[in-house]
Design a protein around this ligand. Structure first.
Ligand code: CA2
Length: 151
């Protein structure tokens, strides 16, 4: 059986759809999960969210053995977590970082993501559409016949 794609979400994203629709839209994380599952027919998806940094680090360790690729929205830990960066450095497969908002159009403290230092690709500012786009991007990177893939 093919390894699944891990889609990992960081803190507060479980509250999506409850505030700041002008920045994040009005969809919920459940809506996003459904869009990810529908994005690439036949691709197994393991979709998770946590408000605990160590749990996310543990999931990245788990991904080393179990995941074909990682799609990750690390939320606030993008800008703070060397522990997450160190864990992702150990992951040998593709990593697609996704942000719902365009972090570069926001306050300066959102401009530097540690995760981007190890990400294969970064998607920001597409709204919730960024997630299925990230899933399709991960599938394209994994496709050994794709001549345009940058690994
Ligand atoms: O744009 C993104 O996806 C972010 O990763 C979301 C993070 C923020 O710290 C990053 O700068 C950009 C924040 C997630 C907050 O989640 C929400 C919860 C309830 C309502 C709206 C957003």
């Amino acid at each position: 059986m093919e390894k699944p794609l891990f889609i990992l979400n960081g803190p507060n994203l479980n509250r999506l759809g409850t505030r700041e629709p002008q920045i994040y839209g009005s969809v919920t994380l459940s809506d996003i999960e459904a869009s990810c599952r529908a994005a690439v027919p036949g691709l197994a998806v393991d979709f998770r969210q946590t408000n605990f940094e160590g749990e996310l680090v543990d999931w990245v360790h788990e991904a080393i053995e179990k995941a074909a690729a990682i799609v990750i929205n690390p939320a606030a830990w993008s800008f703070t977590s060397l522990a997450l960066l160190d864990a992702l450095k150990m992951y040998p497969g593709p990593i697609v970082e996704v942000h719902i908002s365009n972090i570069h159009r926001r306050e300066a403290h959102y401009h530097h993501s540690y995760v981007s230092l190890v990400a294969t690709a970064v998607i920001a500012g597409l709204g919730a559409e960024g997630y299925p786009a990230a899933v399709r991007a991960a599938a394209a990177i994994l496709d050994p016949t794709n001549p345009s893939a940058i690994r």
